[in-house]
Design a protein. Sequence first.
Length: 114
Amino acid sequence: QVRLVESGGGLVQAGGSLRLSCAASGTIFRFNAMAWYRQAPGKQRELVATITPGGSTTYADSVKGRFTISRDSAKNTVYLQMNSLRREDTGVYYCNVPAATGNWGQGTQVTVSS
């Protein structure tokens, strides 16, 4: 089982930036795509971005041009650089494999104030 530990969240003003990190244990990280998700208060968890082992990326329309996902396979770590943050980006951010149904970490809280 892969252990996922997210970090880097915080309180930021609209227009600001944050960089999230996700440290993953286990060799599964090296051979699988990884993803960032977020869950806003009162809403379902949604997929934000994905990255394949080869570095191909996809993004939700709401974050395209503002967020960048990357990975460091030597460190078993995936990152999410978030720029031009908006209030609607507020939520708990999680990493996992795409189409994950379990094995969630504790997440990291991102709060964007106006």
